[in-house]
Design a protein around this ligand. Structure first.
Ligand code: NDP
Length: 248
């Protein structure tokens, strides 16, 4: 039996990409999985697909994690459906790229709000139950861009770097309650988010990756699974780069 059997796992932004791969992995190991996305119908349809693909338990919820009240509602709804969240995967994220001189206030605000403040809302909303249970696993998805920076992504890099400082601070606050907080920092992963790049841009990136290939959602899901597992019980405040060696 998998160690995740019956565990309640909430994955933000599990409708596609990396979050979907995480949802499929936990569902296939018997966890009770909740995913969310901004549109309820999309989240519900993705959950149904995941449940039939994996034979597992998956429910989809509409929630914009940039909205504090919506996040409170999500945690209540997941609690009513499954019980308290034990494993939280903060995966949802967006980009609004542009050079600083041309960046609109709205592009800055939207990225910080969804990619950083949303994680604060979600962690705060689950922390009380985890403290009561004296067990919890929080895995936050950052990016190597948050560690290395990238021209045209000041907003995204600031949010992703913020996740690292946030996670290390929260890890210290929650460690004595047996709750770990860790960060996965993906490199270049083939999803809708990176799908907008031209073939030439993609080839140029692959050339710079020591492993000479892009990553998949499954590559990231495996590292998220590690941080949620018994094997990582004594690991907190860590940042794991999963990037084929790109940001060494
Ligand atoms: P996708 O664009 O493929 O998927 C993003 C997911 O986030 C969707 O499920 C989307 O759901 C959800 N989402 C976006 N905004 C919100 C919101 N405000 N509230 C709730 N859900 C939201 O992205 P990836 O799978 O590529 O990325 C996942 C995470 O990994 C992100 O945090 C990203 O920054 C990070 N990452 C990705 C890399 C890559 O190369 N792909 C590299 C490094 C980090 P919906 O549209 O249904 O609302």
């Amino acid at each position: 039996m998998s160690e995740f059997e019956g565990k309640v796992v909430l994955i933000t932004g599990g409708t596609r990409g990396i979050g979907r791969a995480c949802a499929a992995l936990f569902a296939s190991e018997g966890a009770k999985v909740a995913i969310c996305g901004r549109t309820p119908a999309t989240a519900e349809a993705a959950a149904e697909e995941l449940a039939s693909e994996t034979g597992g338990t998956v429910k989809g919820f509409g929630c914009d994690i940039a909205d504090s009240d919506a996040v409170s509602g999500l945690i209540t709804a997941v609690g009513e459906a499954y019980g308290p969240v034990g494993i939280l995967v903060n995966n949802a994220g967006i980009t609004r790229d542009g050079l600083l001189m041309r960046m609109k206030d709205g592009d800055w605000d939207a990225v910080i709000q969804a990619n950083l403040t949303g994680i604060f809302y979600c962690c705060r909303a689950v922390a009380r139950d985890m403290m009561k249970e004296r067990w919890g696993r929080i895995i936050n998805v950052s990016s190597i861009i948050g560690l290395r920076g990238q021209a045209g992504q000041t907003n995204y890099a600031a949010a992703k770097a913020g996740i690292v400082g946030f996670s290390k601070s929260l890890a210290q606050e929650l460690a004595s309650r047996n709750i770990t907080v860790n960060v996965v920092a993906p490199g270049y992963i083939d999803t809708d988010m990176t799908g907008a790049l031209s073939e030439a841009q993609r080839e140029a990136i692959v050339e710079r990756i020591p492993m000479k290939r892009t990553g998949s959602g499954d590559d990231i899901a495996a590292s998220v699974r590690y941080f949620a597992s018994h094997g990582a019980a004594y690991v907190t405040g860590a940042v794991l780069q999963v990037d084929g060696g790109l940001a060494m």
